[in-house]
Design a protein. Sequence first.
Length: 356
Amino acid sequence: SNQGRLAQKISDTIMGSLLTPSELQNLTQKLLARERVQAAIAWILKLALEKIHSDPEQKTARILSDILNDLFSESLPRLIKVLARREDFLEVQLNQIFDQVLLDFQLTETQAKNLADWLLESVLSPDNIRQALIDFLTDRNIQVIDNGFREKSSGTYWVVANLFGLRNSLTRLRSFCLDEKEIANARIQELIFSLQVRDRLKNWLRNLSLQKLPVGTVRQLRKTVREAVRNYIQDKGIDLLQGIGESVQWDEISVILIKRLQASTVVDSSLDLVSEELALVLERYLEADLEKVVAQIIPILAIDQVIIERVNATSPQELEMAIQGIVKNELQAIVNIGGFLGFFVGLLQTVILLVQ
């Protein structure tokens, strides 16, 4: 139809002369000026915070809970699985932990005392030592000890070893530990007290430090620790993270985080800084790819089709009146310009005649 062809011509004229890609790019640059973008981002962030503050159904907490659950149960394990294949996985971090924590670690006086007390009560208790002696003094071990003492002793000890030996003494010691439990435990406790095992163990633990080891041993130990941690993460790290993700109550943690966020004054004070940084990032991106972005947006917006549809949606009478109004205004402007030019030329001629 005539109106359709007219709509097409109007669309082509506007898109070819007014809304060209370069002009749209200039409009986009003006629209996305840093100040406007920063203000828009700040408004969105403030609106999001207001939404969080007025969220009686805790929808935000549920969304955050789902995000954290997916992060620890799915996303993070997959990321660890990929990164763990690299040879330098966590190398710098583990070396730093070893150098700054393990290498300088040393027990305090109280810690050494508590650890020594725990060792003597749980690990090196008289009953455990008695049981260890019973397990160690088997017939075979007694025979080996007795033969070794006979073969390697010399002088007076050789006479004692070959005349008396150690078999009978060790056998009686084992029988004593088996038959007289309470008495044996009491004797062992007396030996521990007499030999000051508690103080000696405490001093040994207090002075225990990796810095006293040779440099080569420390380096090898650091390498061993690094490889052990990396191998553990490669083998069981995924299962560990998934187990943590499944065992943690993310709903409760999300509610706590949201409440802390609502009560935090730092968040409100940092909105301007965050919006400014985001605006800078967007500005740098647009500087590099604005032309490509505009080229992709133009077909999506379909401005020419919008113009055609608007013209076709206008009734012929309204369209005729609009065209007549435009023509009338333009012709009136031409008439005004002609009258002004005629008046100016006549005035100029009059001045010339007067001068002559």
